[in-house]
Design a protein around this ligand. Structure first.
Ligand SMILES: CC(C)(COP(=O)(O)OP(=O)(O)OC[C@H]1O[C@@H](n2cnc3c(N)ncnc32)[C@H](O)[C@@H]1OP(=O)(O)O)[C@@H](O)C(=O)NCCC(=O)NCCS
Length: 169
């Protein structure tokens, strides 16, 4: 498996797991039932954002979208979103995408990286980001309407990138 720049030809493999993850109703607040074109515009918006894929041979296993969290005077802080095909979860794809995004954010000179809306019941994601050094800055109560848990909090998570440490595992 390796992580590389997403190309237009990857989208037909990304869209099915994008749609499945949104339909689960547990992790993202994208609208239900987005068309492929509408979803692609959100997930592959182009510069200054970057979309990457984790690939094994010709198979796309997961994808990440990253770029500046805010324009202008907020553009020194990165953000990112991650989706791994449910069929291959728990095999290190999310961690590989996370490490790649952090290394590239450091290389690009970002001073920090902020996740704006990590659902508090998404324990796999919270544990993964914490293991990569992120801290929960705060939690907006009830800001996400989970399909199975009802109203749950959204964590803002942050990692300072001004130190020289790299997450290489
Ligand atoms: C969150 C997500 C990106 C993680 O990707 P993944 O490929 O499943 O994750 P990994 O296999 O790299 O495992 C990452 C960590 O998850 C945790 N984990 C793995 N399986 C788990 C399970 N069944 N239950 C709870 N935690 C688990 C472990 O802490 C693991 O860390 P490790 O590397 O020390 O073992 C993926 O599950 C996903 O796409 N979920 C839906 C969308 C989403 O939540 N995106 C992130 C929004 S913030």
């Amino acid at each position: 498996m390796h992580v590389t720049e997403a190309k237009a030809e990857h989208w037909p493999q990304i869209f099915p797991f994008f749609a499945a993850i949104v339909a689960e109703g547990e992790t993202y607040s994208y609208p239900d039932g987005l068309s492929s074109d509408a979803a692609r515009a959100l997930w592959m918006p182009g510069p200054p954002s970057r979309t990457v894929v984790a690939i094994d041979g010709d198979q796309v296993l997961g994808s990440a979208l990253t770029g500046p969290n805010r324009p202008g005077r907020g553009s020194h802080v990165a953000t990112a979103s991650f989706m791994v095909d449910p069929a291959v979860r728990g095999r290190g794809v999310g961690r590989a995408l996370g490490v790649h995004v952090l290394d590239r954010a450091r290389d690009a000179g970002y001073r920090g990286i902020q996740f704006n809306a990590v659902v508090e019941t998404n324990t796999r994601a919270v544990a993964l980001w914490q293991s990569l050094g992120f801290e929960i800055v705060g939690t907006v109560p009830g800001a996400f309407r989970s399909a199975s848990h009802g109203f749950v909090g959204l964590h803002v998570m942050y990692l300072d990138l001004t130190t020289d440490e790299r997450s290489t595992t």
